[in-house]
Design a protein around this ligand. Structure first.
Ligand SMILES: [Zn+2]
Length: 240
């Protein structure tokens, strides 16, 4: 392999699937804090695009800074969140089959490297949707890390969850089981505590009153209760 070939392989290489999903989770969970966006772009340049530094922010407000310096990342975060919550097919298509102007420079490079005949110059990229006649379907080929992340996210939609704890600081997660509702034990426990508190607030008074009533009941009633239970059992047995 000569040096230009090995350079080409390097450019074409995408993240491993597990890393892609990790990165897309991180993107969805980015807080409105420029420091978070900066860390993210440094860690996952393939997701961020490298065309992030555009203009001076109009103020030091976090969202102004983010819009000015990380607009591409912000836009993609919005897309991923919408997709994660089950909507917005238009944006998925726009990211998976993007017009050239929506690509970051490092992504354009990945596209160009894949061109065999330079057809991109005529405004048309290599086909990313290819028919598989043998399997009887079409396959999508991601060219960028971000596209791969999106593609895997949709492929794993059954496990792509939003944490049921409304105060969760990072609610977008890939679950281990489709029935999992909370991103972590911490969120599940918080919910249980809250549920108990609410239950006591709503029902505690009645429950305590009922317990008191049972405790002070006259012995005669208890006998009667036993008789009712016994007859119920009998009826139930009779139905079987
Ligand atoms: Zn959570």
């Amino acid at each position: 392999m000569n040096s230009s070939d090995s350079k080409k392989m390097e450019t074409l290489a995408l993240l491993k699937p597990k890393q892609s999903l990790e990165a897309i989770c991180e993107l969805a969970n980015l807080r409105d804090d420029p420091r978070d966006f900066l860390r993210f772009t440094e860690r996952w340049p393939g997701f961020a695009g490298l065309w992030t530094q555009f203009y001076e922010p109009t103020s030091a407000e976090p969202m102004d800074v983010i819009r000015a310096m990380f607009y591409g990342v912000l836009y993609r975060r919005g897309s991923v969140r919408n997709i994660w919550r089950g909507g917005d097919n238009d944006r998925i298509t726009a990211h998976l089959l993007p017009p050239v102007e929506d690509l970051a420079p490092n992504e354009v490079e990945k596209y160009r490297e894949r061109e065999k005949d330079g057809s991109a110059m005529a405004g048309r990229w290599s086909d990313q949707i290819v028919p598989n006649w043998r399997k009887g379907g079409f396959e999508y080929k991601p060219f960028t890390d971000f596209q791969q992340g999106l593609y895997l996210l949709v492929s794993n939609s059954r496990l792509a969850k939003v944490c049921a704890n409304p105060d969760c600081p990072a609610p977008y997660f890939i679950a281990k089981k489709a029935t999992q509702q909370y991103c972590s034990d911490g969120c599940a426990q918080q919910f249980q505590r809250e549920w108990k508190r609410n239950w006591w607030a709503k029902r505690g008074k009645a429950w305590r009153a009922n317990r008191k009533r049972l405790a002070t009941r006259k012995p005669g009633r208890k006998d009667k209760q036993t008789t009712v239970d016994a007859s119920r059992k009998k009826t139930k047995g009779g139905n079987n």
